[in-house]
Design a protein around this ligand. Structure first.
Ligand code: FAD
Length: 318
């Protein structure tokens, strides 16, 4: 076990984690370690955003005033990743990649952050591991033979396929409109309209439906998937079936409850318990970003959580 005790260990290098690190740095804290299980920061943005995706500061139609020092603006996937690269470089926060944290254990006057075969010690810890480590899956069974044709990102998508996108939020709309450039696309949503999406995406999907590049199945639930000779047969609740080459689910992510409970963080209504400063039921252990939100947050919200945490930790005097 390493003897070094960091001032702050942050688990998860997404927007909220980076903000917590950099805002603490700007307030004078040093010895900060940002721990990321993937090969680079912002795995959610890298894996789930399509290339050149428009990134909205006011995601899902929520207007967020930025409280802190990180001036995040509307942009693209690429400009957003560049923004985070630059602020990490400028503020020399230690980023430990390829390091998956299993849980956090409270010791007498510090936390022990458990990683495979080792641990990292820190006086304060922030959990910002997001909800996309486990994308939501449908509650009906996905037949084993169809696994390659059922996706949760656009990674395996190709061209000239008949694709069904499932979901009706911003991500689902963006996936459908993007795929429609080179594929025949339908979007299936259990509600009757796309009102949950932000205005830009509502307009994009309305245009796509009007010009026929996307077809919508609204107010419809899928009840089963079946293998139809190597294609996906989608059984709808009205009893009809439709056959697709590929089905892409964009129905959000889940709270990483196992991680939180094994670290002693209480969960209520599917979210970790925290006070106004994002401190959990354990003093010195904070939660931030998407895991604190019922149905996913946004980059700007995560940045504000990081700022609030930095102010609280530094007020508590190191
Ligand atoms: C398709 C899609 C499009 C979106 N578009 C927008 C948009 O335009 N604008 C916007 O504001 N928001 C958008 N969002 C939402 C936004 O991406 C999230 O709100 C934001 O990324 C949440 O930040 P976070 O720091 O809480 O978590 P995340 O960004 O999910 O980061 C969590 C990090 O923790 C790491 N991690 C997880 N578990 C561990 C572990 N055990 N140990 C170490 N590291 C771990 C992950 O690899 C990841 O890098 C979109 C989301 C999706 C899925």
């Amino acid at each position: 076990m390493s003897e070094k005790v960091y001032q702050l260990a942050i688990i998860g290098a997404g927007p909220a984690g980076i903000a917590a690190a950099v805002e603490c740095y700007l307030l004078g804290m040093r010895e900060i370690v940002l721990i990321e299980k993937d090969e680079n920061h912002n795995a959610t943005i890298r894996k789930f955003y399509k290339d050149k995706k428009r990134v909205d500061k006011d995601w899902k139609g929520q207007t967020v005033e930025l409280d802190g020092n990180l001036l995040f603006l509307d942009g693209t996937k690429e400009s957003t990743l560049d923004f985070f690269d630059e602020i990490l470089e400028k503020h020399s926060v230690e980023l430990k990649t390829h390091t998956e944290v299993q849980k956090i254990v409270k010791r007498d006057n510090h936390f022990e952050v458990m990683i495979t075969g080792s641990s990292i010690l820190a006086k304060h810890a922030v959990v910002t591991i997001g909800r996309m480590g486990k994308p939501n899956k449908p509650d009906y069974k996905i037949p084993g033979t169809l696994k390659k044709l059922i996706n949760f990102t656009l990674d395996s998508c190709s061209e000239n396929e008949k694709v069904l996108v499932v979901g009706g939020g911003d991500s689902a709309i963006e996936y459908a409109v993007d795929l429609a450039d080179k594929n025949t696309v339908s979007i299936c949503y259990r509600r009757e309209n796309f009102r949950r999406a932000n205005p830009t995406n509502q307009k994009d999907i309305a245009d796509a439906l009007e010009n026929g590049s996307v077809r919508a199945l609204l107010g419809v639930n899928i009840v089963a998937l079946e293998d139809d000779g190597g294609k996906v047969s989608v059984v709808l609740d009205e009893g009809e079936t439709e056959t697709y080459d590929r089905v892409v689910y964009a129905i959000g992510g889940t709270t990483p409850s196992a991680f939180l409970t094994s670290s002693g963080i209480d969960i209520e209504d599917g979210k970790p318990v925290h006070d106004d400063n994002y401190q959990s039921n354990i003093k010195g252990l904070y939660v931030a970003g998407d895991i604190t939100q019922e149905s996913g947050g946004s980059i700007a919200l995560g940045l504000n959580h990081g700022y609030a945490i930095a102010n609280h930790i530094l007020k508590e005097k190191l």
